[in-house]
Design a protein around this ligand. Structure first.
Ligand code: C2E
Ligand code: CA
Ligand code: CA
Length: 638
């Protein structure tokens, strides 16, 4: 009689699982559907076993009870045979593996199921699996071993698949699936060892419960406002697709005027998206393929299979955005750019997809679909990242020098500017590869490469020979903030035996605003060692004023844009005049960058700046040319 409580408990578990699955509406994805199917099979199995357990005593004497028992057991075998293959299907859906199997492979995989299912259907005639003897007692036959064999086959394949897809799943999912394996095995072994304990169904339902909590649960994957997938879900799902070699299209929808719409309507972007765009997209594809990445950006993952035409879909969406949207009795002219990228051709990793979602889209493309070659900027980025790493391994970096002058035209110093000569991409400029190096965390290595070059040059005694006062080295603020920074810098300079005051570090303030105190203490200790400091790009950031008096800079470098604007209009002139006056009152030296004309030099002389740098004197040039230039000037002066 022990099977009755066990099967009723299993039945209750199944009801609980179904209740939450439907209440939470986890019913759309293929994975959800298989899960519900498995739970239903388990529930019906539990009912069969409960009927059997309840009626066995009566069945010995009553014909109708015996018939009911036989019918229940028949149904049990018909359905239970499908459980393990269904589990394999489920693992396939979760891991996105083997979705594109050939028909012959599918048939081979289904063969054990087909054979055992046919056995179960024909059993009343053949008695291959079980029969009832003269005393109406259930008796097993060899067919039952076949059923166990088939189950073991599907179980082992599911397990292998799980291991193979380890990288494609989050930890939570792996744990839940492994737990399912463990608890089901436990139930089977328990039932085999102790005749009276009918634990198999019960343990299966407990394992399903675990899967419901960890795999089917979407709470941490959904955007609370829209109910669409969030950034985290997008990352996970795309990673799964990439690891399992799935081909798909990413369709990105970027709303470009969300800000101004927000200002005119007073609603935030997300609310508007929820009420207008999300319902529209849901008419185009199931909501589990739609993700919200940031308030302006939605991503659609469209699998490359029959009936799904990502390019057409992208075109439809772009066309829809050429018409106004009705929202609370007003017409909103929402504008959007649609990007359509192929995975894994245009987008080869999750970080590339996020870059696509977060980077600015090319301008004036509203209402259009960007696809194919339009997306080459995504590929270029990946290529540059590869070149940055390759450059460090192969020593492809070199340094150019741009001389700086006193206002009277005599040599003052030079700025060291890094260049990358890549064997595949050719010469690259820092504007392109420095951001890549920052993303890769390689910027500190680059800064050190430059410092090493500079120290090697200074160690030749060139400064003493030519009257060069110092060489400026750019430092990334990200690098300065690292704990071993001061030691690393000192090691390089001391090893070269170079005097520290010949090195002038340039820091751009805009990025520094984060942690003023830390940066200020680092600058103070390096200044104590003897190094000089310049504030780079004055006039481009916002908090420059505060930085000038917070940090102990020797020189403030006024950005070229400030100089060039002074030549354009009166307002620009006022800005430059006052900046110079203010910095002088703070007792900092002033260097102006971007000097290209004689007239600019005259202007800067009357303003009373200290140093000049720009194409008028020289562009940044390779070391040999730079040496020739300053040695020559030296000679001319003699
Ligand atoms: P920056 O530090 O503001 O460097 C000055 C930039 O202005 C240089 O561009 C230089 O070629 C350019 N320039 C100088 N005079 C003139 C002029 O008269 N007219 C014009 N049109 N341009 C002029 P470059 O070498 O392309 O460097 C760009 C930026 O890359 C630098 O801006 C700096 O922020 C960064 N960078 C360069 N080398 C390094 C480095 O070794 N480490 C770090 N962290 N950043 C570097
Ligand atoms: Ca600089
Ligand atoms: Ca600068």
């Amino acid at each position: 009689m022990t099977q009755l409580p066990f099967s009723l408990a299993a039945l209750m578990n199944c009801f609980t699982i179904l209740f939450f699955t439907f209440v939470r509406q986890r019913t759309q994805k293929p994975q959800n559907k298989i899960f519900i199917g498995m739970t239903l099979v388990l529930a019906l199995n539990a009912v069969s076993i409960a009927i059997e357990g309840a009626l066995i005593p009566a069945s010995k004497t009553s014909d109708s009870a015996f018939f009911a028992v036989k019918a229940a057991i028949y149904l049990y075998f018909l359905l239970h045979t499908a459980l393990c293959p269904a589990f394999l299907l489920y693992v396939m859906a979760v891991t996105k593996r083997m979705t594109r199997l050939r028909l012959s492979s599918k048939f081979l995989l289904a063969l054990p199921f087909i054979i055992t299912e046919v056995g179960a259907v024909l059993n009343p005639l053949t008695h291959w699996i079980y029969y009832y003897d003269g005393s109406r007692t259930f008796t097993r036959c060899w067919g039952e071993w076949c059923i166990y064999g088939a189950a073991a086959f599907y179980f082992v394949i599911s397990f292998i698949l799980l291991m193979w897809s380890w990288q494609a799943m989050t930890r939570k999912r792996r744990e839940a699936l492994l737990y399912f394996f463990a608890v089901v095995l436990f139930g089977i072994v328990l039932q085999a060892v102790f005749e009276g304990i009918k634990s198999e169904l019960f343990c299966e339902s407990i394992g399903m419960m675990g899967i419901m909590i960890a795999v089917e649960n979407e709470d941490d994957r959904l955007d609370a406002l829209t109910g669409l997938g969030n950034r985290f879900a997008f990352q996970n799902d795309l990673n799964t697709a990439l690891v399992s070699g799935q081909q798909l299209h990413l369709v990105e929808l970027r709303i470009t005027n969300a800000d101004s719409i927000q200002r005119t309507t007073g609603t935030d972007n997300t609310k508007m998206l929820m009420e207008l765009v999300a319902p529209y997209l849901r008419t185009k594809l199931p909501s589990y393929m739609i993700y919200i990445i940031n308030p302006e950006t939605l991503m659609l993952t469209v699998p490359d299979r029959k009936g799904m035409h990502a390019v057409e879909l992208a075109g439809d969406i772009a066309a829809r955005f050429r018409k106004p949207w009705n929202w609370q009795d007003t017409e909103l002219p929402l504008r959007a750019v649609v990007l359509c990228a192929e995975v894994p051709w245009h987008v080869r990793s999750v970080s590339e997809a996020l870059y696509m979602a977060d980077s600015t889209v090319p301008e004036n493309k509203e209402g259009q679909v960007l696809a194919g070659r339009d997306l080459s900027y995504l590929l270029r980025r990946a290529e540059i990242e590869a070149a940055v790493t390759r450059g460090l391994e192969q020593g492809n970096y070199f340094v150019c020098y741009q001389p700086t002058y006193h206002v009277d035209g005599t040599l003052h110093g030079a700025e060291a500017l890094i260049r990358l000569k890549d064997p595949e991409l050719g010469n690259l400029f820092p504007d392109e590869f420095i951001p890549a190096a920052e993303r890769l965390g390689a910027i500190d290595d680059l800064d050190c490469v430059v410092l090493q070059h500079v120290c090697r040059l200074l160690a030749t005694g060139i400064a003493e020979k030519t009257g060069l006062e110092c060489i400026n080295v750019n430092l990334s603020v990200l690098h300065c903030m690292q704990p071993d920074f001061i030691k690393r810098i000192n090691d390089i300079v001391e090893e070269a035996g170079v005097s520290k005051h010949q090195i002038n570090f340039e820091i751009t303030e805009s990025a520094a605003a984060e942690d003023y105190e830390l940066l200020s203490s680092i600058i103070a200790s390096l200044k104590q060692e003897g190094y000089q400091f310049s504030m780079d790009d004055f006039g481009t950031g916002y908090a420059n004023m505060k930085a000038i008096y917070s940090f102990d800079f020797d020189v403030v470098k006024i950005d070229k844009s400030l100089l060039w604007n002074a030549g354009k209009n009166e307002l620009g002139q006022v800005l430059l005049d006052n900046s110079v006056r203010m910095i002088r009152q703070m007792h900092r030296k002033i260097l102006v960058e971007g000097v290209e004309t004689r007239a600019q030099i005259e202007l800067l002389r009357t303003l009373g700046v200290d140093y000049l740098q720009g194409y008028y004197f020289s562009k940044p040039i390779p070391e040999a040319d730079f040496l020739a230039l300053i040695l020559n000037e030296d000679k001319e002066e003699d």
